[in-house]
Write a protein of this length. Sequence first.
Length: 308
Amino acid sequence: MDKRVLYSGAGAVALLCVATAAMTAGYGTNLVCWIAIAVLTAASLRFVMLIGELNFATAAFVGLGAYGAGVATTVMDWPFLLCLLFGGMVAVVVGLVFGYVTLRTKGPYFLLIGFAFTEVVRLIYTKVHWLGGNSGMVGIFPPRYLDAWLPTFVVAVVGVLLLALYAIEKSHFGKTCIAIRDNDAVVQSVGINVHMTKVACLCVAAFAAGIAGGLSAYVNNVISPGDFGFLLSTFALAYLKVGGEDNPLGPVAGAVLLVLLASVAMGMGAGEHVFYGMAIVLSVLLMPKGITGLIQRGWEMRRKRSAA
């Protein structure tokens, strides 16, 4: 693992925190929080792709993190950080069971199971009255000392988790996951438990998704079942495709671009979805490897010219 990349990433996160702290409260700070949460959600989806699976249950894990943090805050009255971690751990526990049962399937079968699981979890929220039913939960507020610093806190947490996901990806465990994606039979032949490695990968991603859900609950102060349907996973996939799924910075590039475009499209009324959909289609057609792939190709061409 290249430690210089981690140090550079930590410096970038620190600079972003300072810049966010300097911003005045308003729509801009909320937009920064939404972008950061979208980045972490997309990064969670990308992490499971290391084992070659498309995890459409990501939205369910985000919802579990949000409702877990919401219940711990409004019902149990636990400390803030404990509530946030509780949301992440709820997602991990459910992810452990879900992954153990379902990760014996592959490809479209796992994708469809994830889709169904997301919808089942969403319907459960609507039927449980102490979770607010269809109306959702309200009054999920961060502590007062974080009122002015919440955007900075969100950026810091997301930045740390992105660096952690990158470090895991470059570790021996991450390389094993990539080997499973390439040929799981070879990995099984050297004595590695492929199934449990896949489950562990899913649990890491579920924790990141759960933290993203908890952060969204504190940023918006309100959550409802409709916030965590399959469209959330679809948007996360769009962030990846537009940003570039082959690069750890792909979720960042894709989420920044598409969330900013979505904020512009909100004022277009009925044309919002058409505009947003066209932006995604054009991005994928013009940039098959995403924004990061386009930048990398331009950089390589520049090096070749310099060498020539």
